[in-house]
Design a binder for this molecule. Sequence first.
Ligand code: DGL
Length: 272
Amino acid sequence: MRDSSCDRIGIFDSGVGGLTVLKQLHRRLPHESILYFADTARLPYGTRSQSEILQFVREILSWMESERVKMVIMACNTSSALALEAVQTEFTFPILGLILPGARAAVTAGKRIGVVATPATAVSGAYRRAILEIDDLAQVWEVGCPEFVPLIEANRLWEPYTRTIAQQYLSSLLAQNIDTLIYGCTHYRHLSPLFTQLLPPAIHLIDPAEPVVSAAEQELELMGLANPIASSSIRFCTSGSPDEFAHKAQQWLGYRPTVEAIDLACLSTIHG
Ligand code: DGL
C-alpha cells in the first residue's frame, strides 16, 4: 500500500479567513506540507444556498483528491455547517470541520454562548445543535454578520464604519450577558483586536481553529499519517486572481506567497 504520510493536508476557504487555520496548523505541525485553496472567485460563501455550497465543496474536494491530499480541513465554518456531513462519506481521506471542535471548546469555557457567523452558518443552527448535544443546559445565541467578510477581504479592519457594524452585531449578544463568544467564521479572527476592544475582558473568545488543529493532529497520529520527515512546504492556489490573493495574504502571513490559479469548473469536466 502507498505510504501517504508525506502527502499534503488540504485546507480551503472562500478567501483569507482560512489563513487563520493555516497559521495554527503550521505552528503546531511544522513538519506537515499544506495545500491551501482560496475560492475567491465565488466569495462570499456566507450568503449562498446549501446546494451551492455543497457543489463548491464537492468540486474543491475532488480536486484536492486528484492532488493526493491525505486529509482535508474545511477552514470555513459555512462549508462545515452546510456540507461536511454530506461529503464526509464521499471521500476516502478524513475531512475535518470547525463546528464540533468549536462547540467542544466553547462548552468548557461557559454556559451562555454567543456565536458570530455568516448568515448561512447562523441560519443553519449548526453551532446551537452541536453545543446542545454536548451540554443541554448551555444557552446559545447565533448572530449572522453579512457585512464582515466583504469588509475583511477589502482590508477595512480599522475603519470607524467597521467598528460601528461590529458594535451592532455584538449588541444583541451583550444584551444576553454571554460569557463566551465563538468566532463562527474564520475571517472574523482577523478582527480580533476590534473584538477585544468592544467586549468585556471576562468573555471567553473561542477560535475553533485551535481545537480543529488539535483534532487533526490526533487523527494523523491515529491513522499513522503524521509526516515523519521535516520537510514541509505550503502551496497556495486560488480560483480568482493569484496576484490579488498574494497581496491580501501577505498581511496575514508576513510574506508574499506564490499563488497558482486553478479553474475548478474546467477540472471537474476533465475529471468527469
Ligand atoms: N470564512 C468562511 C467561514 O468561516 C466563509 C466566509 C464567506 O465567504 O462568507 O464561514
